[in-house]
Ligand binder design. Structure first.
Ligand SMILES: O=C(O)CCC(=O)C(=O)O
Ligand SMILES: [Fe+2]
Length: 398
C-alpha cells in the first residue's frame, strides 16, 4: 500500500526559463532538478497564456457534454478520443476500480491516405463537430504544435545536461517523426481515499521521453522521489499560486521563483485590501445609486480585483517531468473534493527508435538497468497494461 495522503508535505521544484540565453545555467538547473525529483517548472516557454486558457475552456466544454455525446468519440485502437471514468488503471496493486478521471487523446493529425496512418498512434483525430464545440479541433491542433516545440526545446537542454553531443536527439531515428500525444484530463470533484484504493490517478511513471503538464490551480499532483523507500514518502508539487498571475508581466523580469511568488502575493494583497475597502462603501451607495468620481474609481478597482481573481482561477501551471531510461519519477493524483483540469503532453520518440540506456548514463560499474526495446513495442505494452480493453465498451453497447 502506498502512503499517499492529504497530509503529504510540499516540494518546491526548480524553475527553468526557456527564454534564457544562459543555456549552460539552464542545463545545470535542469540536471539538478532531475537528480532531485525528475520534475521542474518551465517558464517563458512561449505558449501564450490566452491559448492555454482557451484549451482549458474548450476542455471544460468537452467534458461538460452529456456522456452519450462523449461516447460518440470513444477512444479508438489508435488511442484517439474519449477515455471514460475508470478507463485507465495505473496502479493495479492499490486501486479498486481505476482512475477517477476522464480524458481525451489528441495526436498529430495524419490523414487516412498517408502511409504513416498505418502505424500505431498515427491517424486522423476524433474531433467533436463544429456545431457542438466550435473551434475545438483548431484550438487543440495549435496547442499541440506549440507544446511539441516546447518539448523539443527542453530536449535540447537535456542533451547538454547529460553531456551528450549537441545533435544527439536530432538523429533521424530518434525524433524525426516522434509520437506526440496531447491528453486533456478532468477529475470530477471526488475526495480520494488511498486507504480504500480511491485515487484521481494511481501511482505510475510515465511511458515516454518528456511529459509537459499544465494544470489549473487545484492541487493534487504528488510525487515520490524514492520509489524503493519503505514506506514511500509522497510530496505535493504545488501549482504555485500567482505564478502566471501576469497582470504586470513579472515573469519576464524575474527568474527567481521566490521573488515572483512574493511579488504576486503582495499584489494580491493590495487588490484584496482595495476590495474590502470598497465593499462597505459601495453597498451603502447602491441603495441610492449615486456614484461619485471616487466611487467609480473604486468600482473599477473592484472589477480589476474580480478580473485578477478570475485570472488566478483559470491560471495554468506547467510542470515538466522526464522519463529518462523510460521510467519517470513515480507520481499520482489525489482528489481533494474540487474539480480539477489538467493538460498532459507526452513526447515519445519515433516508432522504430531503439530505447536504450544513454551512453553517458552507464559505465562498467553502473550497467544498464533495462534491456533495449523498440519504442512502439514498449508503448503498446504500457498502453495495453493500463487501459481498458475496448471490448468492454462494445459489450456495454449490446
Ligand atoms: O493530472 C495530473 O496532474 C497528472 C496526470 C498524469 O500524471 C498523466 O496523465 O500521466
Ligand atoms: Fe503521469
Amino acid at each position: 500500500m502506498t502512503d499517499a495522503n492529504a497530509g503529504a508535505s510540499t516540494w518546491t521544484l526548480n524553475c527553468i526559463n526557456l527564454s534564457s540565453s544562459d543555456i549552460p545555467q539552464s542545463a545545470s538547473l535542469l540536471k539538478q532538478a532531475c537528480l532531485d525529483s525528475g520534475f521542474f517548472y518551465v517558464i517563458n516557454h512561449g505558449i501564450d497564456q490566452d491559448l492555454m486558457e482557451e484549451v482549458i475552456v474548450q476542455s471544460r466544454r468537452f467534458f461538460g457534454l452529456p456522456l452519450r455525446e462523449k461516447m460518440k468519440l470513444l477512444r479508438n485502437e489508435k488511442h484517439r478520443g474519449y477515455t471514460p471514468l475508470f478507463d485507465e488503471v495505473l496502479d493495479t496493486a492499490n486501486q479498486i476500480k481505476g482512475d477517477y478521471k476522464e480524458g481525451c487523446y489528441v495526436g498529430a493529425e495524419v490523414p487516412e491516405d498517408d502511409p504513416d496512418a498505418k502505424k500505431p498512434h498515427f491517424g486522423p483525430n476524433l474531433w467533436p463537430s463544429e456545431e457542438i464545440l466550435p473551434r475545438w479541433g483548431q484550438t487543440m491542433e495549435i496547442f499541440h504544435n506549440q507544446a511539441l516545440n516546447v518539448a523539443k526545446v527542453v530536449a535540447r537542454i537535456i542533451v547538454l545536461a547529460l553531456d551528450l553531443e549537441a545533435d544527439f536527439f536530432d538523429k533521424p531515428e530518434i525524433l524525426s517523426k516522434p509520437i506526440p500525444i496531447l491528453r486533456l484530463l478532468h477529475y470530477e470533484g471526488l475526495i480520494s481515499d488511498p486507504s480504500k484504493g480511491i485515487y484521481g490517478a494511481g501511482a505510475h511513471s510515465d511511458f515516454g521521453f518528456i511529459t509537459l503538464l499544465a494544470t489549473d490551480d487545484v492541487p493534487g499532483l504528488q510525487i515520490c522521489k524514492n520509489k524503493d523507500a519503505k514506506p514511500q514518502a509522497w510530496e505535493y508539487v504545488q501549482p504555485l499560486k500567482g505564478m502566471f498571475f501576469t497582470l504586470h508581466n513579472f515573469l519576464t523580469e524575474h527568474n527567481n521563483l521566490t521573488t515572483i511568488l512574493k511579488t504576486n502575493i503582495l499584489s494580491m494583497a493590495i487588490w484584496y485590501i482595495a476590495f474590502i475597502v470598497n465593499l462597505g462603501d459601495m453597498l451603502e451607495r447602491w441603495s441610492n445609486w449615486r456614484f461619485s468620481k471616487a466611487s467609480y474609481y473604486r468600482l473599477y478597482l473592484t472589477c480589476c480585483f474580480f478580473a485578477s481573481f478570475c485570472q488566478i482561477y483559470t491560471n495554468l501551471y506547467i510542470y515538466i517531468y522526464i522519463g529518462f531510461a523510460i521510467r519517470s519519477t513515480l507520481h499520482l493524483v489525489i482528489g481533494n473534493g474540487q474539480e480539477r483540469y489538467s493538460i498532459a503532453f507526452f513526447l515519445e520518440p519515433n516508432h522504430e527508435c531503439l530505447v536504450e540506456c544513454l551512453p553517458t548514463c552507464m559505465s562498467k560499474e553502473n550497467p544498464p538497468k533495462f534491456p533495449p526495446i523498440l519504442c512502439q513495442t514498449y508503448l503498446a505494452q504500457r498502453y495495453g497494461d493500463t487501459h481498458a480493453d475496448l471490448d468492454v465498451y462494445r459489450k456495454e453497447e449490446v
